[in-house]
Design a protein around this ligand. Structure first.
Ligand SMILES: [Zn+2]
Length: 247
């Protein structure tokens, strides 16, 4: 039923946007909203022909239109920029995603809200790492983590997310020892808000790091000759670091 509804939504939005060319369409908030919905529903339309091209064209339109139409601090502009960066990342346009994430961080740093800066900074580091700008990614995630420690932004989820991203970037580039040290020094950040489910949080973090460790090497510019690690059971090693009593 959900597939049917999604297919119907795709058809309706395709029909609504049919008269418009995303390259030349006017910068109109209703068009931007329709484009955003269309991109969202297309994400679930796995067999839709030309899905990637359509999503990218409308994401480019919405991002450009939002940058013209809305002020730099407008939440809708931020939402559209985030959507555009995610579309770019999914389609391998990691350089474009990194440019957008950097622009977003500058916007949050200049106009606030300040509590969103650590998250935006983390997104920039992730985008740089995915683009193979590894030295810059290390520098940015380190600065983001240090910045967060001097703010009142809650440890959960922000501090925990920064920690797992930081460890994933280090591990992905082959610096396993530094990742271990970082995690051992900050195990208190691995938690599920409002619960004592440390084991669950450690499992999620361990899997995230193991995925980065497995998927990053092909684009890594620090250790381009490094052989990918074996796929099986890598997360268990990271979990043991986060839950030393179980190892
Ligand atoms: Zn790397």
């Amino acid at each position: 039923m959900r597939d049917l509804e999604n297919t119907r939504a795709c058809r309706l939005l395709s029909h609504a946007l049919g008269p418009f060319d995303p390259v030349t369409a006017r910068h109109d908030p209703r068009l931007m909203r329709a484009a955003t919905f269309y991109i969202d529903v297309l994400s679930f339309a796995h067999t839709h022909p030309d899905r990637d091209d359509i999503q990218l064209a409308w994401a480019r339109y919405a991002n450009q239109a939002a940058r013209t139409y809305y002020t730099v601090a407008n939440p809708t502009r931020h939402h559209i920029a985030d959507m555009y960066a995610r579309v770019c990342t999914r389609q391998g346009l990691t350089f474009d995603a990194a440019i957008t994430r950097r622009r977003e961080l500058t916007a949050y740093t200049t106009y606030g809200p300040a509590e969103d800066i650590p998250h935006a900074w983390r997104e920039l580091a992730v985008a740089l790492h995915a683009d193979g700008q590894c030295a810059e990614a290390h520098s940015q995630i380190q600065e983001a983590f240090t910045y967060w420690k001097h703010t009142d932004v809650p440890a959960q989820p922000t501090g925990g997310q920064l920690l797992s991203t930081y460890a994933g970037i280090l591990a992905g580039c082959g610096d396993t020892d530094a990742a271990h040290t970082l995690l051992r020094d900050h195990t208190y950040l691995v938690a599920v808000p409002g619960t004592d489910q440390r084991a669950t949080a450690a499992f999620i973090t361990a899997v995230q790091i193991a995925v980065a460790e497995r998927e990053h090497p092909p684009v890594c510019t620090l250790l381009p000759q490094r052989e990918p690690p074996p796929e099986a059971d890598r997360w268990q090693g990271w979990q043991a670091v986060l839950l030393p009593s179980r190892s």
